[in-house]
Design a protein around this ligand. Structure first.
Ligand code: ZN
Ligand code: ZN
Length: 318
């Protein structure tokens, strides 16, 4: 299974400003010595040593993930603005000729999870086929509503690919050949569902958007079957703990709680994501280092859990 991260930002797309890029360049130049910039090779070596917030960006596109299974089944999880870039890539192959086929899993229909659809090129090409799965009976209406003429000039029916909307039974599983897909209800305003994809003994979990507050933590064993022994979990950690306690019922979690849940259920790798649009790259560096510090002081209980922070463009091979 191969997972590619096309959008990791929550709530609203967050492009870098010119001023932010200037600050990154200035910081890099301040840190460089003459030896660091004396050849192309030394420049590359120097860039590799810089903090991620200086040498790159965690990305501004809203949530979109691509999962290619070992058996060649393509899944797209959520359709934020990351979907535009994924669509441009897909049309270079079968989707450009009208021979493409993919499955879309939607967690819910808040804007940051559907706003890429009107700009998804493979939807415009006749012959492409998409099965769109969600636990919402009115999913088609919700997506159509985003593209009524007063909001967007092209309605969903004008996008000529075949789009079949399939309603999943809530908190159930289904199989596509040897791939098992589980959906699990998450606490979030208006509702949301997480997905677990299993193939050949490997499992990937996508939980966006989700708030694990004290009520959920009292019932945490009801999540055991969903999370248990997962290889990779991508988890909504939009808030720092300080913000979390001021935003109860806003529908998102802090990294500390994601770490507690991942270690309790023997997850191998946890990725923090659904980054707050107000968080700069420097702040996201801090989110990761604070989360690692929390793991450090609880190391005995946490064991071998690996922790990373999601970056746009990241690829994980399972
Ligand atoms: Zn969201
Ligand atoms: Zn949401």
């Amino acid at each position: 299974m191969k997972i590619k991260f096309w959008g990791v930002r929550g709530s609203i797309p967050t492009p870098l400003s010119g001023e932010t890029i200037r600050k990154k360049i200035k910081k890099a130049l301040t840190l460089a010595s003459p030896a660091d910039i004396c050849s192309e090779e030394s420049i590359d070596r120097f860039i590799d040593t810089l903090p991620y917030s200086v040498k790159g960006t965690y990305g501004g596109n809203t949530t979109t993930f691509e999962v290619m299974t070992d058996s060649g089944e393509l899944f797209i999880i959520d359709c934020g603005t990351g979907l535009k870039g994924l669509g441009m890539e897909l049309v270079k192959g079968d989707f450009g000729k009208g021979n493409g086929y993919a499955n879309i899993l939607l967690t819910h229909t808040h804007w940051d999870h559907i706003q890429g659809i009107p700009f998804f090129l493979p939807f415009f090409i006749k012959g492409n086929k998409f099965n769109i799965y969600s636990p919402y009976e009115d999913c088609r209406e919700r997506i159509e509503y985003q593209q009524v003429f007063t909001h967007f000039p092209v309605n969903l029916d004008y996008m000529l690919a075949t789009k079949e909307f399939i309603t999943l039974e809530k908190e159930s599983d289904f199989y596509l050949n040897n791939i098992r897909i589980v959906n699990k209800r998450m606490r979030h305003p208006g509702g949301a569902f997480g997905y677990r994809i299993e193939e050949n003994g490997k499992s990937f979990i996508y939980t966006s958007d989700c708030e694990f507050n004290i009520d959920e933590m009292f019932d945490i064993d009801t999540y055991k079957d969903f999370f248990y022994n997962a290889d990779v979990v991508v988890f909504d950690t939009q808030y720092t703990f300080d913000e979390f306690i001021n935003k109860i019922d806003w529908g998102h979690s802090p990294a500390t709680i994601a770490i507690d849940i991942a270690s309790k259920f023997n997850v191998k790798k946890l990725l923090l994501f659904h980054h707050d649009p107000d968080y700069s790259d420097e702040k996201l560096d801090d989110v990761l280092s604070n989360a690692k510090a929390y793991m450090g002081i609880n190391q005995k209980k946490i064991g071998s859990l690996q922790l990373e922070i999601a970056r746009e463009g990241m690829v994980i091979d399972l």
